[in-house]
Design a protein around this ligand. Structure first.
Ligand SMILES: [Zn+2]
Length: 58
């Protein structure tokens, strides 16, 4: 009856919603991780419109 891998309810650091974490260091929900991955994949051009007052280019 002992599972080695158990999911724990945690609060996502990004969207502050409850999600099932499958690891100790997982503090971000699945959808936010996807967003993170997208940002990393296209970090040269981020078009989310989250912070549009810092629209300066390097
Ligand atoms: Zn989230």
């Amino acid at each position: 009856m002992k599972r080695s891998r158990r999911k724990v309810k945690k609060i996502c650091l990004r969207c502050e919603r409850e999600f099932l974490s499958d690891g100790k260091f997982n503090r971000i929900c699945g959808s936010c991780r996807e967003i993170n991955a997208n940002i990393v994949a296209s970090n040269s051009e981020v078009r989310f419109g989250v912070s549009h007052d810092s629209a300066h280019t390097d």
